[in-house]
Design a protein around this ligand. Structure first.
Ligand SMILES: *[C@@H]1O[C@H](CO)[C@@H](O)[C@H](O)[C@H]1NC(C)=O
Ligand SMILES: *[C@@H]1O[C@H](CO)[C@@H](O)[C@H](O)[C@H]1NC(C)=O
Ligand SMILES: *[C@@H]1O[C@H](CO)[C@@H](O)[C@H](O)[C@H]1NC(C)=O
Ligand SMILES: *[C@@H]1O[C@H](CO)[C@@H](O)[C@H](O)[C@H]1NC(C)=O
Length: 324
């Protein structure tokens, strides 16, 4: 009984320590496991909440995003559909919207949600073989009839006359170091990617809503993320994370098994040794006990061994008190 209590305790500490070592990389400072499309839905929700406070038209409202999206910016602008078509929006962050932009299906009021994915750009829009020279920017349109609505489908917006232009303010040309020229990249909402020439002034033209950035072909193909394809849903990442978790769980279990077997063997050997010792002691004691005509046994209380007499041969009789 004593052994069973004293051995597992350090074992528990040790395995807890090992498990914490194995599992910490999965739990600390992981960016949100979220697809590009669920990010769109999340940003729509936050943008609508920002507009709700003071639903004025033509005003830019910044959002306050959760901490795990630090580095991402989103804002909202509410517009009458008519004014978008007839007047456009001179400047909404990096976007310039000319006259003649129409939405499908028609809604009287719309909210234009702006995204700047900052340092999350390549996480949500991985592009193997290319390097981002600017953050991914997005412009998506939603029906503004119900400002409490979540999970809204995007409206199709289309520039029918001039294209909408995106002017990238800080293109990191110093990163290029290649003979390739920078390109505009366009991601639509359904997972397809298109490239276009970067215009003078770091401008990318756009005719539909979606996400945009400036990229340059990488000199050497980046080896690690090469297998990851842009699917618009980021499913691959989820799978690899699950794989990691399963892998480390199996690893931890195997390790636990090995530790358990080793400890079990040690314990068995110790038990055997203890048994032998006990037997020897008992034999010695009985010899000694025979001499004194009294057997003393060793009993343990926790870790303290105390000899005590099991049988007292002659019961003491208190004669002065007990008189039959
Ligand atoms: C992105 O940058 C912000 C600061 O601008 C930082 O707090 C955040 O941890 C960064 N995220 C990633 C995934 O690098
Ligand atoms: C996001 O907005 C904040 C405040 O307006 C600004 O300081 C920060 O640079 C912006 N980040 C990006 C990536 O644009
Ligand atoms: C607006 O959307 C919210 C959330 O989806 C819903 O509960 C509410 O009934 C809607 N209001 C109207 C007027 O449709
Ligand atoms: C990067 O590329 C741009 C355009 O191709 C060029 O003007 C610039 O000089 C290049 N910078 C470096 C550091 O190679």
């Amino acid at each position: 009984m004593r052994l069973k209590i004293s051995i597992p305790f350090p074992l528990i500490i040790f395995t807890a320590f090992l498990s914490s070592l194995l599992f910490t990389p999965l739990t600390t400072s992981q960016p949100p496991a979220m697809s590009a499309r669920s990010l769109d839905a999340l940003l729509q929700d936050y943008a609508f909440r920002a507009v709700q406070v003071r639903p004025k038209t033509g005003v830019v409202f910044d959002t306050t995003l959760p901490e795990n999206l630090a580095g991402v910016n989103a804002s909202a602008m509410r517009l009458r559909s008519g004014s978008l078509r007839t007047r456009g929006v001179k400047s909404y962050r990096e976007f310039q919207i000319p006259i003649g932009v129409v939405e499908q299906p028609y809604s009287k009021r719309i909210v234009l949600v702006y995204h700047n994915l900052g340092n999350f750009s390549s996480r949500f829009y991985p592009l193997p073989g290319f390097t981002y020279l600017a953050p991914v920017l997005g412009l998506l349109a939603y029906d503004a009839t119900n400002l409490s609505a979540t999970g809204l489908p995007e409206l199709e917006i289309r520039a029918s006359e001039e294209p909408i232009s995106v002017r990238f303010s800080d293109v990191k040309f110093e990163q290029n170091g290649t003979s390739f020229s920078p390109k505009c990249v366009y991601f639509d909402l359904y997972g397809s990617v298109q490239f276009d020439n970067l215009l003078r002034g770091n401008v990318c033209p756009m005719v539909k809503q979606g996400h945009f950035s400036v990229v340059v072909e990488a000199t050497a193909p980046s080896p690690a993320p090469a297998a990851e394809e842009y699917s618009g849903a980021g499913k691959g990442r989820g799978k690899s994370n699950t794989g990691k978790i399963v892998g480390s769980t199996i690893g931890a279990l195997i390790l636990l098994g090995v530790i358990f077997v080793v400890v079990w063997k040690i314990k068995e050997r110790e038990d055997l040794k203890k048994k032998k010792e006990k037997k020897k002691k008992l034999e010695q004691e009985t010899e000694w006990g025979n001499e004194r005509d009294e057997a003393l046994q060793v009993t343990s209380f926790g870790n303290i061994k105390a000899p005590f007499a099991m049988i007292t041969r002659t019961q003491p009789v208190l004669e002065d008190r007990y008189v039959p």
